[in-house]
Design a protein around this ligand. Sequence first.
Ligand code: GDP
Ligand code: PGA
Ligand code: MN
Length: 607
Amino acid sequence: MVDVERTLDEAGLTNPHVREYVAHWAGITGAERIEVVSAADDARLIQESLDAGELLPAGEGLYYSRSYYKDTARAEERTIVATSDENDKGIYNNWKPAAEMKPKLVELMTGASAGKTMYVIPYLMAPKGSPLENFAAGVELTDNRNVVLQMIRMARVGVEFINDLGDSFVKAVHVTGDLPNLGQGTADDKRYFVTVADERTILHFGSSYGGNALLGKIAHGLRQGAYDGWKNGFLVEQFMLLGITDKETGKKYNVCGGFPSASGKTNLAMTLAPDALGDRYYVEFYGDDIAWLWVGDDGKLYGMNPENGVFGVAKDTNEKTNPTAIESIVPGTGAIFTNVAYNSKTHEVWWEGKSEKPTDLDGWEDWKGDKIADRSEDEVDAPWAHPNSRFTTTLANVPNVAKDFEDPAGVEIHGIIFGGRTRDREPLIRAINDIAEGVYDGLTLGAEATAAADGLEGVLRYDPMSMRPFMSYAEADYAAHWLEVLGRAQVKPIFAHVNWFQRGEDGRFLWPGYRENLRPLVWLMQYLNGEVEGVTTPVGVLPKREELLLEGLDEQALADLDTVLSIDVARWRQEMGHREKHLAQFDGLPEEIWEAHRRVAADLEEA
Ligand code: GDP
Ligand code: PGA
Ligand code: MN
């Protein structure tokens, strides 16, 4: 039996509430040792993981890991938000009574860490001193060392963040379980990822991957945060956050926005490099996945990124598409690559879209660890890297990270954008002036399913504000909460809907995307500032062709431009029927949202 008291004393963990929580779960999970970690332990833990073969070297100060092959994405159907109030049941949050789920998880976790170390990770999902700090602290318990290393990169980790907080911390328990025997994806699936939101307790069993296991990120930073925000007057969203400065006028605009997982948040936030568009604009990176938003005492809307790192999709990340990301994972950054391809001789990593596929197969292994050279005829075309393979790196490694990224005051928000992967209908950008219509647009965001969650790729589904997998209470309340928070803001942000993924008949992307996405965003800021007027359509204001900065855009993009700057009224009318059904699922949706819907529908009928 572990001597919990002594271990916590030695680690300087003095908060009595945290001590009691650690002792309680050490008893249940049956861990053999307890270790309290902080960011300063990184080098030692990395060495231990290398010695144990859990990590492989991937160049100077770079690391490679593989997850169990059936454990490579978030498992949405196994993810549950539990509370003691049935009114919290929504369409997407998989609500269950807390009284039903807690005993289940305790049973699954009992003795499940026997023989292992239970790491205690005190963390903060905010810059220290943030007005939302009281909602940002947590303590993750995990029996997985790789989870510790990822958390150190993704959050602020150390006892100093929780010792003085009394009982205002999230209890986040992660037990990996016996991965080869959990029946992933079968009728006998044993995994459960539960947030008991009204008890600020997270219980995740049966995975060691990404959002299932790094509990500060999604379970706390999104699900628990959203629930806390609802009860306490702030917004918690799966949003990226960036700042654009117009050097000519000196004005700075901060834009945040939601794109469903694997639809381009990380790339948009990171890739709009400072030299873009003839050096007139300076672009700063704040966050790529989560934003917490609140109304300040001055009546302005503020936002911050609660994370301390980036967990980016590797596929198609290269010097051309995202040089900033490439620079943030160079030797010496401490970046960890997960489920990409690996060369066991040269220690290089590779993924689809990184560069030309290596022709010398010597040493190359795919994400499962199988030798590429040994592939049979029918396997040769299979991807080398998993489509949801990722890189993990800290914000400080990102070359264009904002100077004030750790400022607890956050930044003023000027624009809120939504975008999904949609092959047709959605133009490059449409600006929306009205708050209710902006919220309505977010609620009807749709995207084709992607590899970030288990499911069919290419099937269109609605994903309100890109929060579908992270929704923690009923959608009608969520909509009302948005209207309430933005109603309090005296300076209103502008909304816009963007789409980088429209395709031509031959399947090609009609817009080059990536770094070029700065062009429509600059237009939006000019529109907000009254410098351009655009063309009014039933679904928002679109740029006139000549209003967009077009210099340097390639010929194909120029040829396709009129298509992405127009709307297909027939397709839109058809879409309105789908939207009506989608919104009708949400009992008690605010009348303002229905009014916005009817207004857009009526305008489309007249168009
Ligand atoms: P996130 O999960 O929302 O953060 O999405 P990422 O930024 O990681 O991107 C997911 C995938 O979409 C990656 O494979 C990117 O290369 C790709 N992607 C991102 N932005 C664009 C874009 O503007 N155009 C195209 N065609 N692909 C993009
Ligand atoms: P992303 O986030 O795919 O939106 O980057 C992480 C995840 O979905 O697991
Ligand atoms: Mn991302």
